[in-house]
Design a protein around this ligand. Structure first.
Ligand SMILES: Nc1ncnc2c1ncn2[C@@H]1O[C@H](COP(=O)(O)OP(=O)(O)OP(=O)(O)O)[C@@H](O)[C@H]1O
Ligand SMILES: [Mg+2]
Length: 493
């Protein structure tokens, strides 16, 4: 029904993002697009959605060649996309965001139809709250509703589950199944092989801007897909040795804090992390994990309690003091907190090592070249502004900068979000290696597999409190699931 033929796209600097890519989509199917960071997935979809212009190639819909010059062109043809980074207006509510750009006379009619669609697909949202106050999951549901409202029959979702809790992913999958059941088609980009296998009818793998194959359900398994993507076998499970923790590096005592809306969100949290130990914090996003890491790294002022670093009280210490002490931070938001979009890869990698605003371009360049090689950061060169990097490559810039600063404490929020399986394996190894060399690691992740793979101990957070500790053992999965949902609490271990 929809076909992309021999699509080519080269970015300035001879970056060959797509080379003769063929891709086709059938009515009523979920078609996954897989590939390493920088393989060209987002670029291909940006072309289909009219955000980028292809150099060569054609788009054919129902046997007819079409030209797509803009997203509004694409929407007229029934093609809609939820981008890797959302595009809603923060101060508008869901109804205003959806009505934006349409000639609307009666806003209450719009609201009524949105409500109908949202019930039909199980995409519940708060219609009247400004978007900035909503969770990421809710924002994403608004983006999808916006497309369904406009009548899109081809829905492109670029890494939709990267920012979702497992529960939210499940409900997104139910909505996707309803969409295809009603004859729509969904193109689904993800690095999570388990989900891809779960939801897809067909999978296309891109590698270095080329299509390396399209497989049908029944023809693919996780190992095969990983191998097609990376071109070698990947350890889908990372092994680690038992730890022998040393002295306490981080101690949090009865910490309380407010959130961005100035409402209490952390209540009397106490925990400690030792040298040579990874403490995983499991929990559904929005239960205080982000505020906890911000208090530890100095981005948020707690309302009560103390934070000690190797016995020294740092509750009121500045961010730069904490960096000097050896605290590094991989924040959740890589675009707004972790990097400066207009600065180059080299500058973003170097910024924490610089002691003043003046630094030698030669030093920046050699520093960047070393790290780009070690972390396989794909960019034209170190002078490329980071805003032009693919999602996964941007994450690698953050990880490289933070882990290379010889930290004594790593506070990592969702460190492998958006990374392909090969890079994920690398980050896991690097974090375990840091632990083995005596670093203390506080790991915050929504993905229980990640928590289990990396952690030596697991604390569960629910509604701003630590509700219990458990061993990182798959046999505890159900128990942790219940704790995360607030149904059970355990005594402290
Ligand atoms: N606007 C742009 N200007 C220059 N280069 C770009 C631009 N957009 C993408 N690229 C480059 O094109 C290549 C493909 O990027 P793309 O974003 O399509 O990758 P991706 O497969 O979506 O990766 P990820 O999984 O990391 O999101 C990368 O090398 C990227 O740096
Ligand atoms: Mg992408």
């Amino acid at each position: 029904m929809l076909e992309l033929r021999k699509v080519c796209k080269t970015f300035p600097g001879n970056v060959k993002a797509l080379q003769q890519v063929d891709f086709n989509l059938k009515r009523g199917e979920v078609h996954a697009l897989l590939g390493e960071n920088g393989a060209g997935k987002t670029t291909l979809m940006n072309i289909l959605f009219g955000l980028y212009k292809m150099d060569k190639g054609s788009i054919i819909i129902d046997g007819k060649k079409v030209k797509i010059h803009s997203p509004s062109n694409a929407l007229k043809l029934g093609i809609g996309m939820v981008q890797q980074h959302f595009t809603l207006v923060p101060s508008f509510n869901a109804v205003e965001n959806i009505a934006l750009g349409l000639s609307v006379k009666d806003i209450s009619k719009v609201a009524k139809r949105i409500d109908e669609i949202s019930q039909r697909y199980g995409l519940t949202v708060n219609l009247w709250t400004p978007v900035w106050q909503l969770s990421v999951g809710e924002r994403q549901r608004i983006e999808i509703l916006k497309l369904l409202y406009s009548g899109a029959r081809v829905i492109i979702l670029d890494e939709p589950t990267a920012v979702l809790t497992p529960q939210e992913s499940d409900s997104l999958f139910r909505a996707i199944r309803k969409m295809v059941h009603q004859g729509s088609s969904v193109i689904f980009i993800s690095h999570k092989l388990k989900e891809v296998m779960d939801i897809s009818d067909r999978v296309t793998v891109l590698k270095n801007g080329r299509n390396v194959g399209t497989l049908q359900r029944g023809e693919f398994d996780a190992r095969k897909l990983a191998n097609m993507m990376v071109g070698r076998d990947i350890a889908l499970r990372t092994k680690k040795t038992l730890t022998n923790p040393g002295s306490v590096v981080l101690e949090v005592e009865n910490l309380s804090s407010n959130n961005d809306r100035d409402l209490p969100c952390l209540f009397n949290v106490s925990l400690n992390v030792r040298s040579g130990e990874i403490l995983g914090i499991a929990g559904v996003a929005g239960n205080g994990q982000k505020e906890l890491s911000e208090c530890i790294t100095g981005l948020r002022v707690p309302t009560a309690g103390r934070i000690l670093f190797s016995g020294t009280d740092i509750t009121k210490a500045s961010v730069s003091k904490r960096i000097q002490l050896g605290i590094c931070y991989i924040p959740e938001d890589r675009k707004e907190v972790a990097t400066c979009p207009n600065l180059s890869v080299g500058e973003n990698l170097y910024m924490k090592s610089a002691s003043s605003l003046w630094f030698s371009p030669r030093v920046v360049a050699s520093h960047a070249e070393k790290l780009m090689k070690k972390y396989a950061i794909q960019a034209k060169d170190h002078e490329t502004p980071v805003k032009l990097l693919s999602g996964g490559n941007l994450q690698k810039v953050v990880i490289a900068r933070e882990l290379e600063s010889n930290p004594r404490l790593i506070v990592a929020e969702h460190p492998t979000r958006g990374l392909d399986v090969g890079s994920m394996e690398f980050v896991y190894k690097t974090l375990i290696q840091a632990r083995d060399q005596g670093c203390a690691v506080l790991l915050i992740a929504g993905d229980l597999d990640e928590i289990f793979t990396l952690s030596d101990r697991v604390a569960v957070m629910y509604e701003g409190r630590i509700v219990g500790y458990t061993e990182p053992d798959a046999s505890n999965l159900e128990k942790i699931g219940l704790m995360v949902a607030g149904a059970v609490s355990e005594t402290k271990s």
